[in-house]
Design a protein around this ligand. Structure first.
Ligand code: GLA
Length: 750
């Protein structure tokens, strides 16, 4: 190993700091060394990545899997030897980190670029490799033909076992180059991972799991909504056919990006299988002038030999330690009261004051004033963009309400939708040129709003000033940052962009604006909302603290939505509210017991008209909130598990890291065909410990016939003590429950 020359070191830092989505954890003072070996080996506690990185040759991933203790890179290469077959090229065309077109790879290329049809044949070969003290490597490659440079940054996070990877392309040639596609990294996927779990959905029904089993060919999803989207979450899990929640080999990948993207998995007939994820560019969107460079969003990748829950634990840990900025790492997730479904646009200071009092009474710790407080925003037709307190509704301003909320012991938060403008607004009347559009094509209105062009500095500046003023004037510590439409026509008419598509720049501008606000207001927490969960990804979570996961507060739908999202997101960031008895979206009527239990397994809040709830339900809600507060430490800082259960059950839980305490939610979403449900085995416990087992929710009667196991084991009283082993291996017989109900088990080691 050589100590890196000073100029190389500055190169490393320059690129990191130019790249606002650069790999998390890069610090300027880390030790950087240049390595002089043919292989790069990154290892964490249970994961290892081996990359071929010989000078002058194409780099590729030799191995990405469980830790190897007795194997060399050379023997893995030898074991991968492929022979010539009839009908194929004379030598095997293996994969590389970008599967460049010119390599001749049969499957899709991970990098496509050209200069007006020329210079499309880049092949990146290793120039040198840098390694730092944080388990990160930089493989610097160049191509002689095109004057392009590719820099691969790969970090294997030692504490979560998640790999973070980006590719940076710089144009060292004399002419501009168009990048049509650049995957964050091409990841080879083993043939045995024949099932693909992915996520689909729609507004108010996000994160619906679907599985695609063995295929030959391509699975491709393209999202061009200008946001992460409701339907095309940029994440997937490749699984062996027999993998389950607690066993089997699984590989999960997620693109941390909130704009357009493409996700693909290819199982080619020549046996080379790979996953690619990257930004989806409109034609001509990414053109690099000489000297310019482009860095992909971060790809997050993890693997496990122990099934899906273990994989999720890795992503959760990575999100909490390497993605969120840590400002609220040690602060409990406060119980929200959000005004949306209580008042919609019908704001009235007296009513909101009474709601605030009620909210505080049942245990709210933060009051979030949703849409409708500004400009002429009395409905969704007008006012977006006019970010000043409406004198019509709040003649004395919002200070009295904010003060009242604080006097009740709650934080005061407020809703913004900064990226949007209603044509019927003072802002649009003054600056009709400030919107994104496709020249010559009629705007497609969506919720009567257009999209502001944040790539124009004057627009971002306007928003920064307006938001800062409200934050300062009202002492705001929380913003619900919404974004309520797709961007079909993302052309920017600014002089710099002259009509080109600007989703990439727009997305970066949103990140930059939030970043600037947070830097100026270190106490400020921000929630990412986009018509519910259309902007839920690790990219936005580098700048925000919570996701509003779905506009649906229907607890039954939420059970599925939260379960789907939990594959990548931990409970502490999943905004989950108790909605009205009859859900406004589905019109389904569900008990307070089920609604509260569902919201507890997330970042709990409520969003209902507390003035029209029955006294009994309010009491139940109050007790649910108290239970959440008592156990949120276990819920948010423990290890999360989903259980493999029949369709009529959804069981998830969290076990504290020291395995002293655990909470499991068992929702019976439907009826069953057997007389009784089966036994439930609790995962994650210490088999050598003894646990006191209780059912802490619901507080009212819930068993169908008595006596049941609940009575015989006194589960609603003192509980009973069992070994961790018995609870894990044998499990507990579930009592007969009504459909659409949920019980919560609490386990405490004794
Ligand atoms: C979106 C959000 C809702 C609410 C409304 C307000 O739909 O998802 O939670 O804030 O906007 O207009």
């Amino acid at each position: 190993m050589l100590t890196v020359k000073p100029e190389d070191q500055s190169d490393l830092q320059r690129i990191n700091f130019q790249n606002s989505e650069g790999l998390a954890g890069c610090s300027p003072d880390k030790t950087v060394t240049q390595i002089d070996a043919d292989y790069v080996r990154l290892s964490a506690s249970d994961t290892e990545i081996i990359i071929y990185a010989k000078k002058g040759e194409r780099p590729y991933i030799i191995y990405w899997g469980a830790l190897l203790e007795h194997s060399s890179a050379e023997e893995l290469i030898a074991l991968s030897t492929r022979q010539w077959a009839h009908g194929g090229p004379a030598t095997d065309i293996g994969q590389s980190l970008s599967n460049e077109l010119a390599t001749g790879i049969a499957g899709p290329s991970g990098f496509v670029a050209h200069r007006q049809g020329n210079d499309w044949a880049a092949i990146f070969v290793v120039e040198h490799v840098l390694e730092d003290s944080e388990n990160q490597v930089r493989i610097v490659c160049s191509d002689r033909n095109t004057g392009l440079k590719a820099i691969y940054d790969i970090k294997l996070d030692p504490s979560s076992n998640v790999a973070l990877a980006t590719t940076s392309i710089s144009n060292d040639g004399d002419e501009p180059i168009s990048i049509d596609w650049c995957a964050s990294l091409c990841i080879p996927v083993d043939e045995s991972l024949s099932t693909l779990k992915n996520f689909t959905g729609r507004w108010a029904m996000e994160f619906q799991e679907q599985a695609v089993s063995v295929f030959r060919g391509s699975y491709v999803r393209e999202n061009k909504t200008g946001r992460t989207s409701h339907d095309n979450f940029p994440g997937l899990i490749a699984m062996s056919a027999s993998a389950s929640e607690n066993s089997g080999r699984v590989v999960g990948l997620h693109l941390g990006w909130s704009g357009n993207n493409r996700v693909r998995m290819d199982r080619h007939s020549d046996g080379h299988n790979s996953v690619q994820m990257g930004e989806l560019f409109h034609p001509g969107e990414m053109v690099l002038a000489p000297g310019q460079s482009y860095t992909t969003p971060i790809l997050y990748a993890a693997q496990s030999e122990n099934g899906l829950s273990d994989l999720s634990q890795k992503f959760h840990h990575c999100l909490n330690t390497s993605v969120l900025d840590g400002r609220i790492a040690n602060k409990p997730r406060l119980v929200h009261y959000n005004t949306w479904e209580a008042v919609y646009f019908d704001h009235c200071e007296d009513r909101l004051t009474t709601l605030a009092e009620k909210a505080a009474e049942v245990g709210a710790e933060r009051f979030v004033l949703d849409d409708g407080w500004f400009g002429a925003r009395r409905n969704d037709q007008a006012g977006l963009g006019d970010w000043w307190v409406s004198k019509d509704v709040y003649p004395n301003g919002l200070e009295p309400l904010a003060d009242k909320v604080r006097s009740l012991g709650m934080e005061f938060g407020i809703w913004f939708e900064p990226e949007m403008v209603n044509p019927d607004s003072d802002l649009f009347r003054a600056h009709p040129e400030w919107v994104l559009e496709a020249k010559g094509v009629a705007q497609i209105p969506s919720r009567q709003q257009y999209v502001l062009d944040l790539t124009r500095p004057e627009v971002s500046e306007y928003l920064y000033e307006k938001i800062s003023k409200i934050v300062d004037d009202l002492g705001i510590t929380y913003i619900k940052w919404d974004m309520n439409r797709d961007i079909q026509h993302p052309g920017s008419g600014s002089t710099e962009n002259s009509g080109r598509s600007a989703v990439h720049k727009q997305t970066k501008s949103v990140y930059a604006l939030i970043d600037r606000l947070r830097k100026a207001n270190p106490e400020l927490e921000i929630e990412s909302c986009s018509s519910g969960g259309a902007r839920a990804d690790f990219g936005i979570l580098r700048y925000t603290d919570r996701i509003w996961l779905s506009d649906s507060n229907d607890a039954l739908d939420r059970q599925k939505i939260q379960r789907g999202a939990s594959h990548f997101f931990p409970l502490n960031v999943l905004g989950s509210h108790v909605g009205p008895k009859q859900c406004h979206i589905t019109k389904r009527t569900l008990s307070m017991e089920l609604r509260a239990a569902t919201a507890m397994f997330g970042h709990m809040g409520m969003e209902l008209d507390l003035l029209s709830e029955s006294a009994e339900d309010l009491e139940t809600l109050k007790q649910g909130i108290a239970i959440y507060k008592q156990h949120r430490d276990v819920l948010h800082n423990g290890k999360f598990y989903r259980l493999d259960t029949p369709d009529y059950l959804n069981v998830t839980g969290s076990v504290s890291l020291d395995k002293q305490a655990a909470l499991f939610s068992c929702a019976k979403t439907d009826g069953h065909t057997t007389t009784l449900p089966g036994r439930l085995q609790f995962p994650g416990l210490d088999k050598t410990k003894r646990y006191q087992l209780k059912i802490i929710w619901p507080v009212s009667d819930f068993v169908v016939t008595e006596p049941s196991i609940v009575d015989t084991l006194d589960l609603r009283g003192e509980g009973s003590v069992f070994s961790g082993e018995a609870l894990t291996v044998h499990g507990i017989q579930l009592p007969l429950l009504y459909p659409e109900s949920c019980i919560i088990f609490a386990l405490q080691s004794v």
